[in-house]
Design a protein around this ligand. Structure first.
Ligand code: GUN
Length: 303
């Protein structure tokens, strides 16, 4: 059996970001305006600090106006809500992203619901969730990780995806559910599987497309994959790697890559697969939000 094609998420993310930088430059020339992104970080979670720094850098590299608000862990809920309200009313800001998780004394849902849906570049506001599930993807802002996964699928399989069977393993609001909505809108036959699914191996084995988003290291085995299937691994799990030395760790996905690569037709690696797409799609959403708020027509969709 030939080895699967390895889907180069980094290269595809770079091409998306280059296109967004071109479009942002054209917007600046035509209107004198830059897409504006505000990222809010509350607390000092090290992983969140890295994500926020990367988002800020990517926005600057695309020629966006980028603002980072870093608040102390003990900041009160009212102060976070006040900041969101200020950003809602700031005409230079078109996209607002509040990095999750928030400290436990802050009601995440309350903060996310206060973000103006038109500026909700994470796509987490109930209005955007509703538009996506109602099949009105083109007026919504779509969560970045599933949107990026769809770009990888389309660039790998070509269009259309209609009629293919797809299994999404994982039912989170951030990935699993919106991914299923997107695939349904592409006319795939979609199954959402999860930790309580019976005969999960057989369910996965029936699928032309498997999207793994369970957050359990290497849970999906190579023997579960349908030969020739396309596998998108959203998982990013850090596990001990004693073979690299004491206390060392490495990143693995939710799919047992070394096994699956022998069976699949195409597969994303971890790292270097879905990960880089998430930030690229945040840039796409910020430009989309900016154009809508400025009353400009939609450009060709990138996914
Ligand atoms: N924390 C982990 N992933 C995400 C994401 O996609 N958006 C936000 N805002 N926070 C996150």
């Amino acid at each position: 059996m030939p080895q699967a094609k390895i889907i180069d998420g980094k290269a595809i993310a770079d091409s998306v970001r280059e296109e967004i930088a071109r479009r942002a430059a054209a917007l600046l020339k035509a209107t004198g305006k830059r897409p504006g992104l505000a990222v809010v970080l509350v607390g000092e979670d090290p992983a969140s600090q890295v994500y926020v720094r990367n988002k800020d850098r990517a926005a600057e590299a695309c020629g966006f106006h980028s603002v980072k608000h870093t608040l102390a862990t003990e900041t009160g809920e009212e102060d976070v809500l006040d900041l969101v309200e200020k950003l809602n009313n700031d005409p230079d800001i078109h996209g607002i992203l509040v990095q999750l998780p928030l400290p436990p004394h802050i009601d995440e849902s309350k903060v996310l619901r206060l973000i103006r849906p038109e500026k909700d570049v994470d796509g987490f506001h109930p209005i955007n969730v509703g538009l996506l599930t109602a099949g009105e993807r083109d007026s919504a802002l779509v969560p970045c990780t599933p949107a990026g996964s769809l770009v990888l699928l389309k660039r790998t399989l070509g269009e259309p995806l209609a009629g293919l069977s797809a299994v999404v393993v994982g039912r989170s609001n951030i990935v699993g559910k919106p991914m299923a909505s997107l695939l349904l809108q592409e006319s795939c036959t979609v199954t959402i599987a999860h930790s309580r699914t019976k005969d999960l191996a057989d369910v996965v084995r029936s699928a032309d497309i498997t999207v793994a988003a369970v957050g359990r290291p290497e849970m999906i085995k190579g023997s579960w994959i349908k030969p020739g299937a396309t596998v998108i691994d959203v998982g990013i799990n850090r596990i001990p790697a004693p073979e690299r030395g004491e206390g060392k760790t490495r990143l693995v996905g939710d799919v047992a890559f070394d096994e699956a690569v022998e069976v699949a037709g195409a597969i994303t690696p971890v790292p270097g697969g879905v990960g880089p797409m998430t930030i690229a799609m945040l840039m796409v959403n910020t430009l989309t939000a900016a154009r809508r708020l400025l009353g400009l027509p939609e450009e060709d969709a990138l996914f």
